[in-house]
Design a protein around this ligand. Structure first.
Ligand code: SAM
Length: 230
């Protein structure tokens, strides 16, 4: 796509797509627990549930979902075609049960409803009003009994805590063998972050109608939020 038509988020993730997977364990100090606990919350009665991954990128979270439900009908939506190309290489572009959508999940007109809607490290790119509206939309898109798992980064609830979280992350990633260029690009990407506090987001989930909302996992500002539609 013509550069002038790409949003800053799309451009940044198009740029990093080829190296994205190799860097994730180094950029997310709690990588294994974060994704594994988030994935353990994906539960459906149907052995072939319909699962929607919002901001799926290269399919990291989707991979965990497929491990739990190998027959799942999975839909991956992302702004960045380059990120989705990595997902296509991972799962197969012609996989009979996987649909790839290059588009904006906030505005997309979804034709079906889902048993599980999942998202990892993406919703913090939305403005706060959009996050709240998206939670309402997710609730509407879920079937009764459906679940929402949002593994994401949040803003510290005070400036002191937020700074503590940021400096911990920076210290840890500076100790990895990531190149200076990769670190600089990661710091640049954080300029696109619009994180909101955890309590506020749990409140938005409850207001949207979700039951049993909780933060099931937390490591500094990496959290796994959960809610159920009764
Ligand atoms: C940090 S990556 C996370 C990718 C993947 N979920 C993971 O856990 O590795 C954030 C992804 O969200 C996508 N994204 C951000 N806002 C989006 C939107 N409004 N619609 C679709 N994708 C979006 C970006 O293009 C990017 O691929």
């Amino acid at each position: 796509m013509n550069d002038s038509k790409r949003s800053p988020i799309q451009s940044k993730f198009d740029e990093v797509a080829a190296n994205y997977d190799g860097q994730r364990k180094k950029l997310i100090p709690c990588f294994d627990d974060f994704y594994q606990i988030a994935a353990s919350l994906i539960q459906a009665e149907d052995s072939a549930p319909h699962i929607l991954d919002l901001g799926a990128g290269t399919g990291l979270f989707s991979r965990f979902a497929l491990e739990r439900y190998p027959d799942a009908n999975l839909t991956l939506i992302d702004l960045s075609e380059a990120m989705l190309d990595v997902a296509k290489a991972r799962f197969g572009a012609d996989h009979p049960h996987i649909t790839y959508i290059a588009g904006d999940y906030f505005h997309y007109d979804y034709p079906v409803s889902y048993d599980c809607i999942i998202s990892s490290l993406s919703i913090h790119h939305l403005e706060d009003e959009e996050k709240e509206a998206l939670y309402r939309r997710v609730y509407q898109l879920l079937k009764p009994g459906g679940i929402f798992v949002n593994a994401d980064q949040v803003l510290g609830s005070t400036p002191y805590l937020d700074q503590l979280y940021r400096s911990d992350w920076q210290e840890k990633i500076e100790r990895t063998d990531l190149s200076r260029d990769a670190l600089t690009a990661a710091y640049e990407r954080t300029k696109l972050d619009k994180m909101a506090p955890l309590d506020q987001q749990l409140g938005w989930l409850r207001k949207a109608g979700f039951s049993d909302t909780d933060c099931v996992y937390k490591y500094y500002n990496f959290v796994v939020m959960y809610g159920r539609k009764l």
